[in-house]
Design a protein. Sequence first.
Lengths: 425, 425
Amino acid sequence: MAELVGNLLVAQSGGPTCAINASVAGVITEAGKHECIEEIYGGLNGILGILNEELIDLNDEKASTIKGLLYTPAAALGTCRYKIDFKKKPEKAAQDMDRLFEVFAAHNIRYFFYAGGNDSQDTSHKIHEEALKRGYEMRVIGVPKTIDNDLPFTDSCPGYGSVIKYCATTVMEVGIDVGSMATDDGSCCIIEVMGRSAGWIAAGTVLAKRGNPANPPHIILLPEIRYDVDDFLARVKETVEAYKYCVVVVGEGIRNKDGEEIGADKTRLDAFGHPVLAGAAEKLKEFVQGKLNTKTRTVLLGYAQRAAAHMASLTDINNAYACGEAAVRAAVEGTSGYMVKIVRNVQEGNLTWSTGLQPLSEVANVEHFVPREWISPDGFLPNEHFVEYAKPLVEGEVRPPMENGLPKYVVLDKNRVEKKLAPRA
Amino acid sequence: MAELVGNLLVAQSGGPTCAINASVAGVITEAGKHECIEEIYGGLNGILGILNEELIDLNDEKASTIKGLLYTPAAALGTCRYKIDFKKKPEKAAQDMDRLFEVFAAHNIRYFFYAGGNDSQDTSHKIHEEALKRGYEMRVIGVPKTIDNDLPFTDSCPGYGSVIKYCATTVMEVGIDVGSMATDDGSCCIIEVMGRSAGWIAAGTVLAKRGNPANPPHIILLPEIRYDVDDFLARVKETVEAYKYCVVVVGEGIRNKDGEEIGADKTRLDAFGHPVLAGAAEKLKEFVQGKLNTKTRTVLLGYAQRAAAHMASLTDINNAYACGEAAVRAAVEGTSGYMVKIVRNVQEGNLTWSTGLQPLSEVANVEHFVPREWISPDGFLPNEHFVEYAKPLVEGEVRPPMENGLPKYVVLDKNRVEKKLAPRA
């Protein structure tokens, strides 16, 4: 493959994680080692910023800032949920694609890296195909990122190890708290975590048990399983009888036996006539308090879980960084149209991590769920196969530097690259 | 004062914190230095366990476990919300008091330490008075503890520095996350923290701003202030216009202009006919989405905030430990009927901490609120006086030891002291 000389563009997309900046740091650092890569640009707010020609010069950032990206949560370049939708809006999508390639050409972008989840890999795939079609020489590599851990082929997704490290820690701490208030009446605490269709995050909190059935969480509800509410209540009752308290973790998208989302209660309207999305935990609390008369409190971690860089997993951050490096190496070697994947190698009981490549055509829009055989027959807890999978992902600590008792995260200077095109129509 | 020889009993009460075990460690360690103190007992689940003669031998615990109490959250001895209520249930209260003194006498308890908030200080006060009345020689000292920070006379309450360190960190992290997704439409995130009548916890998250008005949190709502919902919405709108996003922190007990709790929506019934307590954040979300049409997400930290020992403040833990030590020293020196208080000393700009004593009669059932002069005139943010107060409280880190990527907290062996009485009637 002939050497391709030109500029690099990296951007971030979708919901942020506390590992997505580590991948960008990996891209920047590796890019600095290759002479064929001239300028290193970042696109602000994903595809949206690229369409608006909002590029920044990452070579202008301080070395300490780039290093700080390893422990700084959220998307340092900004992110978006913008989708180039060829199916529903083909005309708009074609216009967007034309504009993207105008921007690429105007800034001689020859290396493009996009860090994101399912939708973003799909976008990367389309851009790769368009480049081929247009005869525009550019190498496109997808960098995986999603706390949801639902990308196929990769062992795990950057962001996932950190989110379950934080969530399992929180469940453990809440469990000790609720357990220490154990009363004769018993009590229940329901913790809602993210995961609309895949239950990887909820499942990951099983690590808080450390193999002891008496330890919280006592019940974990996954979107992959359809639950009978009465069976759930019976299990809560049993648990409270045995331990005086019950800690439940629930993925936000769990469904009842009829396949309906438990948290989406469309029968109830708010003051403005909109359906109230009570949330899965709140809805289950109503059942536990209403039917069992057991005092119940909820915790809704929301955005806190994916931004909790103060409890990030070193394994996760290292893998995220390695994905960024591997993306650049693959592109420089002539590859395009692939996503970097994380590979777990176990030899004689020793676990090591490496990266591989998977065609974007095979990755895009495929969702990866928690396998049924990793969940107990009754569906209420992940089993030892899941634990064996998840345990290495939370290993090792990343400690952000502290200033006046609080973490000190970095912010990019974001020096803008001069625009060369007329504003987007 | 004549030396008083006998056994020591320490117990914990009310909602746990991640500093309350440090106070117990202080009691145990200091007690070991005084020959007049023979056995060191712990009462399980506060007053409730003492009534049931459920005592454990703390001298039987490993030294490493006692040390581990410094970083272990929740109440290691167990806690309760049991109240000896002389006002509403005088007969039951008199019976309880008789039983308590039976237990004290049976086990020759001459030193009693009770760690807790307002109610617990009241209980300590009553026990002290009863001991005098009955001519039972015993020294009673209250140890302050409450994340709510609403005990009077003490500079701050053990547990408070840690809860605001964790909450401010979380608000900072969520703020970076939401800010990195800033879209043209704008978005809002509302984070609910504990505090039913005092807003100390919500106020403490102002530290996440680090003095920069552009930084989150942009609005902090305190139970001390009565808010006009339209004024609140106008402020959210302004903020979203200025920064594209708005992060709001709300204390659970905030009230509207008419003095009604915003989170307690009694007009809405759940499936079982009970009023739904929507929660302050959920209710405000309805307003922001309904009236401003701004996409809004909520975070409900719940028990997670008071149990987050992985983000504890070293200053807080040190002060909690010092309160335990000081309680024992005061008692050995002949004092009874006092609460230990934390004293802040500032000399030539240097801040040091010490402890003092306050009569329980003055402490019991007095609530301490955030002073109006520490809040901005419009009521939407604590001001520089508050920041000056709160900043030193979050200084320093406590890192729990980690095992397989998760914190490793200690559990007491809880070797029971042989019962000497017939079961409680």
